[in-house]
Write a protein that binds this ligand. Sequence first.
Ligand code: NAP
Ligand code: F7E
Length: 368
Amino acid sequence: MAEKRVAFITGIGGQDGSYLAEFLLKQGYQVRGMIRRASSPNTERILPLIEQYWESKNPDVKSLDSPFFSQYGDLTDASSVRSLLEEFHPDEIYNLGAQSHVAVSFQNPLSTLDINLMGTMRILDAIRDMKLPCRFYQASSSEMFGTSQPPQNENTPFRPQSPYGVAKVAAFNAVRMYRDAYGIFASNGILFNHESPRRGINFVTRKITMGLAKILVGKDRNIVLGNLDAKRDWGFSGEYVEGMWRILQHEKPDDFVIATGETHTVRDFMRESFALVGLNYENFLVSSDRYKRPADVPALLGDSTKARKILGWNPQVKFKEITKMMIVADLKDKFEKTGNVPIERGVMRDDDYYLGIGRDLASKLRKS
Ligand code: NAP
Ligand code: F7E
């Protein structure tokens, strides 16, 4: 019987890491992950996988034979990186671990560089030194394009506007250098913004969808935002992780843009979200400089022709669908927590059910 392929994911507890782990398990991979130690839970998104493959539930299966297994490690700690590579001997490495918040990178520039650039180098150099015969995926970002005019593709110059962008550009170049100098199968996915109900709560989309749910249940009165005019090309993380996998299945290492090809402003996202429950966003928006950055990327619009043609990757979820998906998920969560909707095991309710309750609550808000 052919041995199972082993995939190692850094940042497995993050938004993308959790979707990628689920996707690779379905493809029959053994999935291994790096989790960094935290004083409060940082494995919520992969809890179903941890519970499913928990050792105490499967006492006869050794950790290293289990389909899913994660281990403590840190991208800032070269010895932990090396130990995990020696322990897992992966066929494919997905380097998703990062300080991923652009605004935070202005406050913590050096640690952002350490994790996002040096962390990438630590893995690449261990692959070189150990002569590991594996494929390496780097989570590069549309933030690297900075002020370059849209639409952006693989030939667009990088003009980064943040420490995060600077770190990602340098890591992108490190990937190319290790590919050219040492023949390592190392590829970059240049992913445009991608969201989901699992998105971190301080990114703008989730801040809006969660904020709206809180307003509807009376836990908040408004949403405070910074730059409303920035344009982003927002897709769905669950589809983008398949793009990552396809990039590593390609016959040779290469760099690919992954994007929907639609762009909308932050204001559009706010408008669309509130319109789904019949509210005018303008009545709930507070603008504040607190959330403005020293420099921002004005407009991102991805041209993913290369990935569509060569990899056959085609996104189905675009702006309207991702907005609705995130709104419904946050309404469901808040309504269940506040008792507006009973939690009944095995009862499936469709999107319209939650949006309907959202509209009822919204109409009461309008009257009061
Ligand atoms: P995310 O939800 O913030 O996940 C990042 C993960 O990296 C978390 O699990 C985090 O662990 C981990 N991490 C942070 N510092 C680490 C360290 N020192 N050592 C090991 N792990 C560390 O981000 P995401 O949205 O899934 O994004 C995945 C990757 O794609 C990131 O590299 C991001 O920069 C890049 N990217 C994202 C987008 C997007 O729109 N989502 C677009 C382009 C590129 P903790 O939970 O402990 O913090
Ligand atoms: O901001 C504006 C903000 O933080 C989007 C990361 O996944 O995608 C993400 O980076 C826009 C910016 O994402 C608020 O100024 C206004 O123009 O959701 P964001 P991002 O900065 O585009 C790239 C591709 C990555 O690689 C990153 O890892 O929204 N904005 N008001 C705000 N943003 C936030 N977070 N909070 C606000 O209150």
